[in-house]
Write a protein that binds this ligand. Sequence first.
Ligand code: ADP
Ligand code: MG
Length: 684
Amino acid sequence: MAELKTEIRYLKGIGEKKAQAFHKLGVFTLYDLLSFFPRRYEDRSVYKPIALAENGESVCIRAMAADTPRLARIRKGLDLVKFRVVDESGMAEITYFNQSYRKDNIVKGESYVFFGKMELNGSRRSMVNPVCEREGVQGGVTGRIVPVYRMTTGLNQHSILQAVRQGLSECGEQIPEILPEELRRREQLCAARYAYENVHFPADFQALEIARRRLIFEELFVLACALGKMREERVRESGIRIAACDPEEFYRTLPFQPTKAQRRAVDEALKDLQSGLVMNRLVQGDVGSGKTMVAAALIWAAWKNGLCSAFMAPTEILAQQHFSTLTGFLAPFGIRLGKLTGSSTAKEKRQVKAALEAGDLDLVIGTHALFSADVAYKNLGLVITDEQHRFGVNQRSALIGKGQRPHVLVMSATPIPRTLALILYGDLDVSILDELPPGRQKVDTFAVDESYRDRLNGFIRKLAQEGRQIFVVCPMVEENDELPQELKSAEEHARELREAFPELKVACVHGKLKPKEKEAVMASFVSGETDVLVSTTVIEVGVDVPNAALMVVENAERFGLSQLHQLRGRVGRGRHKSWCILVSDAQGEEVRARLDILCKSNDGFKVAEEDLRLRGPGDFFGSRQSGLPEMHVADLGADAKILQRAQQAALQVLQEDPELEKAGHEVLRAQVERLFQSNADSFN
Ligand code: ADP
Ligand code: MG
């Protein structure tokens, strides 16, 4: 008798090759196999009389072979098998291409079920290459709702389906019931066995719905429990307590008045720092909302208490920019700043590291170089990471491991819809900067197609003549990516622009440049030497060039809405009227509708909600960027209602049983631990 942890090779029909193909899909054990849920379903449950099937309709017909199949060799490499079938209502012609074995499998006078697309030509009906089987066969794929699985080479739908069928029969009974009985009853969720059976082989659509609802709930519930537990553990951790201080002292040195939202965020974080517990706070704010100043205020407070801070940025360019901004905010107090990035020279690195170890620096700004193993900190009290979802959560935790439980502040410019924030940042406290500094202007946004190219070039020329600078962003082109012809790489596009504007200085920055080269190109744009900067999305986050007044995005359809919103946030940062032009030749309602959202709204949260609704969270964050484990059934965007219930249920369960050690919670606890283990990358 097989167990859930048995390897799939154990199954009949699965040899070394197929097993390896399954491994590619992440399926190793029978439990993995049973948890490998269909991607979609095909409704083959309804039989139609031949005469009622419409042109182009995918249908099941039950019919008798009216003659013996004829095999015809058309030419080398092309043969076909043809025969007619009849039911009470009419007749259809069946054709198979290059499946000569069908000739011997179909017997005149016998009945079969065919599933395929009916084609109607005048009154003649025909099907090409339909699925064919005898009626009522065990594990059949007609006359029912049929699962369609994600595939890989070496497997086909049939072999996956057979394996799952076998797996379910072998150990369907052993599938553990993760949900506490009482919760299951309260939420009216079906039993595990029923859910697994019907998610793979639904008896009907209602059964499928019941099964899916339970599995989605379960997945989100386990996730919520895991995050809730993490938060609990953190909340109880004691941290370095800093003395009360008055941020006015810091604000007085600023060239501007902090916004109310900034003050609130600083107050909330200071309260954390003074609580004696470890701070884990997210500051979320749209581009330009002034997150850097919030960070500076906290670094100042840490410094007043003799603590060192580390500030981690996702790119060299940003680290550089934060370094100069923070120097402006903090150097007047005598705070000692250092910089540590991948492109620092060996000597610089040695010096900064020595200074950190000796306690001669109060703040170090850098990229992930900050947490390489050979960096030791004296008195590290505060860790700040910018643009969080570009870091794996594990990177953040590597830095956290550096000090004696330093406080953590995470800054994110991606407005995250509330439903998602609940889960994504389930382990953090959140401050929201929901107010932009005064005087910010709306960036007028337009979506145009190629026919607008000449006018766009004219506009670029005019702005450049007025002394403004222009960003042009092209999608990232991977070398071996098979992409449509019309997709231009940044370099190519820069070449074209140089031809179009011989009088302007056009520079190009992309992922393949060395850090030093990148920095040089960026520096020349920041200083105003370059007129037009063509780039891939490496500039997406953070860079501040107040003189830039136009953002052009090429192939805008290739970007997510939130990403486009971020890009748009690169302009309109100074006193100049600014524009964003989204160029896309993609046809189709959907693309238009998406770009239209941006033209209509400047509110990052609204854009994010729409983006999530249209694309789902996987795309929303880009694969694996969310730091969350991969979801098998749940869709964090579409299943927001269930998410809320699951979250509530998880909190309730954890409140009664924080360690999940009471009777009835054994399986849940194991599952939560399993999630932590299999996602050691994504969780801390
Ligand atoms: P983001 O939240 O996108 O990181 P920044 O911190 O880069 O925003 O701030 C954007 C710009 O706004 C910077 O030039 C910063 O100096 C300025 N700024 C921040 N706070 C205020 C404020 N309260 N009033 C005016 N300007 C501000
Ligand atoms: Mg920023």
